[in-house]
Design a protein around this ligand. Structure first.
Ligand code: FE2
Length: 257
């Protein structure tokens, strides 16, 4: 069984709760789809955990922003990005500081696995989309507003593609159509004849009005959407204690948006 996590956003409480949930299951490896940092109050703690626990971590747009430059960020996200960069720069242990930068600087943008063990065809993992791995958002509304975009994205993978980035979990099929985890009762049955673009949701900043951390499990022929409750209040306090982090980055966690 593979656990797929994404968009941790420097939220240690959420990440710790998800890793505990994963530890209680028969998970062979953890794949992280990126955005380990950005927005949240504990970037280094989350990097420590992800470097230790994830087999593969991909480049998210916030990881990219901390390394290079923010791209189309709002003011709050940009301020959080520069603050995050300073936290890493201020790490007194030079070897550890270099490990953070080496880790971030070497994140791949895409990971591909054969899917036979999971009862699937090829498995593609990216942060944003199969077409633009770091920075393209695929929203449920795109199935109505932008079907051509959906087709171009579906053209770029063979069977299953796992994504994050929007922080909204669910399954896109090629029709195009979108199914939320509620509509699927938490389980997507893999269909060998049908492509699916699967958003695993966000560990550290869910935006589907469910405050719990979100991730997914892939086991034989099935993708399972998991939600894990965590101590939101503590994270809100940690955000408000950092002047460079907009209070909204904490308070939004209480509403899951
Ligand atoms: Fe994100």
């Amino acid at each position: 069984m593979i656990a797929i996590i994404s968009d941790i956003h420097a939220n240690t409480e959420a990440l710790t709760a998800v890793l505990e949930d994963i530890a209680g299951r028969d998970v062979e490896k953890i794949i992280c789809l990126g955005d380990v940092v950005g927005y949240g109050p504990e970037p280094k703690q989350c990097l420590d955990l992800i470097m230790a626990k994830a087999s593969v971590t991909l480049m998210g747009n916030h990881d990219y922003a901390v390394l290079f430059e923010p791209n189309k960020f709002n003011i709050g996200a940009e301020s959080a990005c520069f603050w995050t960069r300073r936290q890493i720069e201020a790490e007194a242990d030079e070897a550890l500081r270099n490990r953070y930068w080496d880790f971030l600087g070497n994140l791949p943008v895409k990971h591909v696995l054969p899917g036979e063990d999971s009862g699937a065809g090829e498995l593609v993992f990216v942060h944003g989309s199969s077409r633009r791995p770091i920075n393209e958002y695929v929203f449920p509304d795109d199935i109505y507003n932008n079907p051509n975009k959906m087709q171009l994205i579906f053209d770029r993978f063979e069977h299953l593609c796992f994504i994050g980035h929007t922080h909204v979990p669910g399954v896109f099929v090629e029709a195009p159509d979108f199914y939320s985890p509620e509509e699927l009762e938490g389980v997507y049955q893999v269909d060998s004849g049908r492509k699916a673009l699967i958003n695993v949701g966000s560990v550290g900043q869910p935006r589907d009005r469910d405050v719990r951390a979100s991730y997914a499990l892939l086991e034989r022929g099935v993708v399972r959407f998991i939600r894990v409750a965590y101590d939101v209040g503590t994270v809100v306090e940690k955000v408000s204690a950092v002047p460079e982090l907009d209070d909204y980055l904490g308070t939004r966690l209480k509403e899951g948006r």
